[in-house]
Design a protein. Structure first.
Length: 258
């Protein structure tokens, strides 16, 4: 077994309890609206909303799972003594979190498809549009989860790096908040520059991700429309994520005491 495989096995071991707890929560969250629909004889009024809400919440699942493992690992001070590179330590946790994320997304997608199959006469949406929409939504949730995870790692390493300086140790959360505000102000300012907007929006790819739905007496009417996804904007997000990952690894290599 390679050293990285050993890290994966350890990270799966320390996180499986929280993953099982999340699966139980998902099941309960879906059973309750289903029971309400059956009891009040209101088919397709609550359960589709529940599935959509859970898929939306999943953009935060990956970074939350990652932070939980980092917090648990920090209690043992493993970072100070482990011979593995910081990249391997972070990549192992990202891989484990992503596997859990994909499993739960497949589970929710399966529930959604069963609902569609059972009520397909009441859900007015083309099968081809449904397939395209599911693919785009799942890919978007996973990618956005990875992007937010890079920010979570960055803030985590910044927070613990500042712990070595007594003068700011008690004000670390304020530094994190100021960094968050400064980045968003800068990105908002750059987004308003017309020249940059024209460059970013020069190349676009149409994707089915804009959904409109209405509930009528005959069932749900759901329409998917294509929206233009700027290719360059996606590339910029990838660059930001990689930069955050490398900065986090560099900080961790300085033997951050967590």
């Amino acid at each position: 077994m390679s050293a990285f495989q050993g890290l994966l096995k350890k990270d799966f071991g320390i996180s499986k309890f929280w993953f099982l707890l999340w699966i139980i929560f998902l099941a309960v969250f879906l059973i309750i609206p289903l029971a309400i629909e059956i009891y009040f004889h209101m088919p397709l009024t609550v359960i589709p909303v529940a599935v959509i809400l859970l898929l939306g919440f999943h953009i935060f699942f990956l970074p939350a799972m990652l932070l939980s493992m980092l917090r648990l690992e920090g209690k043992t001070q493993l970072w100070l003594y482990n011979q593995q590179s910081s990249k391997a330590l972070f990549l192992s946790k990202i891989t484990v979190s992503l596997v859990y994320q994909l499993i739960t997304q497949v589970f929710l997608t399966g529930v959604g498809l069963m609902i569609y199959q059972y009520y397909k006469n009441q859900i007015h949406i083309k099968a081809a549009d449904l397939f395209n929409g599911i693919t785009v939504v799942n890919a978007g949730i996973a990618l956005l989860g990875l992007y937010l995870s890079c920010w979570a790692m960055f803030y985590w390493t910044i927070y613990h790096s500042l712990g070595k300086f007594p003068g700011v140790k008690n004000w670390r959360w304020l530094v994190i908040v100021l960094l968050f505000i400064a980045y968003n102000m800068l990105s908002t300012f750059l987004a308003r520059i017309e020249f940059l907007k024209e460059v970013v929006n020069k190349w676009n790819i149409p994707v089915f991700m804009n959904a409109n739905g209405k509930f009528r007496q005959g069932g749900w009417e759901i329409y998917l429309k294509a929206v233009d996804l700027p290719v360059l904007e996606f590339v910029l997000y990838v660059i930001v994520a990689l930069s955050l990952f490398l900065i986090s690894c560099w900080l961790l290599d300085r033997k951050v005491e967590v």
